[in-house]
Design a protein around this ligand. Structure first.
Ligand code: ATP
Length: 295
């Protein structure tokens, strides 16, 4: 899980340096695009509205100085498909997903989207096609409206309202004295983890990317919050290619496909029932993680 947080920590650092909300975030984007290690190839193309057909072809990867985390991995995710990644802690689920927005570069092999090698796309245009919803959501000090608008600068009020509604934030917003203009953060209203997550989901509705990476929360949420988030996320995932780092039984069951990542960086794929029947790693993980939770 740590992998994703690196770039986000940077967002945070920069937002703290530029506490002017949205203006600060714009600068962050420029900052990210000039990240020294990963740069645009000469002649890299600006991609627009990808369908979201993803292929990992013979992908190997290890962090510099570390062991190989992924070894010769082949994986095809069709446009619009929802794939749940499960596996033991440290197996490489987060790493696998973080290669897609090129937070890290593959050691060998390649990743394509709609048949185009992601290294042939400009970083900025690639990342505009991918929305990431993390476990830990970072909001900046400002209003709820500003925090949502972050998803797409220049969105209209109606669009922001619609995003809030689809993210199941309506009743929260209605209960606050200043509605969407309520200030949140240190000097304002403190939101719960589940509420923050829904603000992040509202942002994604505005950003409207064809590809989504969801890092599901491991922490327990109350039943009502869990239900709202689940509803918002399944609406968000509809029509998008979705990669979920899954921790919930409901998620893995509903996924079009489950990819089990084992400690050796190999994968096993299938649907819930098929994988259970195979009596492999998935079955033991399932028993360890979800035993007694079958309804
Ligand atoms: P979890 O379910 O605990 O989040 P995961 O399956 O997502 O685990 P990863 O976070 O992808 O696993 O980690 C895979 C391996 O890579 C682990 O051995 C981890 O220690 C290592 N690793 C992760 N991030 C980094 C990093 N930034 N630098 C070096 N090694 C890392």
């Amino acid at each position: 899980v740590t992998v994703f947080f690196r770039p986000i920590e940077k967002i945070n650092a920069v937002i703290e340096t530029y506490p002017k909300g949205v203006a600060g975030f714009r600068r962050y984007l420029e900052f990210l695009e000039t990240e020294p290690d990963i740069v645009d190839r000469q002649g890299a193309i600006e991609v627009k509205s990808l369908r979201g057909d993803i292929r990992y072809e013979g992908v190997s990867f290890g962090y510099s100085g570390g062991r190989e985390v992924l070894r010769d991995l082949d994986l095809a995710i069709g446009a619009g498909e929802t794939v749940a990644f499960v596996g033991p802690s440290g197996a490489g689920k987060t790493t696998l997903c973080s290669l897609l927005p090129r937070f890290y570069e593959v050691t060998s092999g390649r990743i394509t989207i709609d048949g185009i090698d992601i290294r042939d796309m400009t970083l900025a245009s690639l990342r505009r096609q991918i929305g990431v919803v993390q476990q830990d959501v970072f909001l900046f000090a400002g209003t709820i409206r500003e925090n949502i608008a972050y998803g797409r600068l220049g969105a209209s009020d109606a669009e922001i309202m619609d995003a809030a509604r689809r993210a199941r934030l309506e009743s929260l917003v209605a209960s606050l004295p200043d509605g969407l203009d309520t200030i949140i953060g240190e000097r304002g209203v403190k939101l719960s983890g589940g509420q923050k997550q829904r603000v992040a989901i509202a942002r994604m509705f505005l950003k409207n990317p064809p590809i989504l990476i969801l890092d599901e929360a491991t922490s327990a949420l109350d039943t009502e919050t869990e239900r709202l988030i689940q509803q918002a996320l399944s609406e968000l995932a509809r029509g998008r290619t979705t990669l979920v780092i899954a921790h919930r039984l409901a998620t893995v069951r509903d996924a079009d496909r489950i990819v089990v990542v084992d400690a050796g960086g190999r994968v096993e794929q299938g649907r819930h029932q098929d994988l259970l029947a195979r009596a492999g790693l998935y079955r033991s993980l399932h028993e360890a993680q979800f035993a007694g939770r079958e309804s």
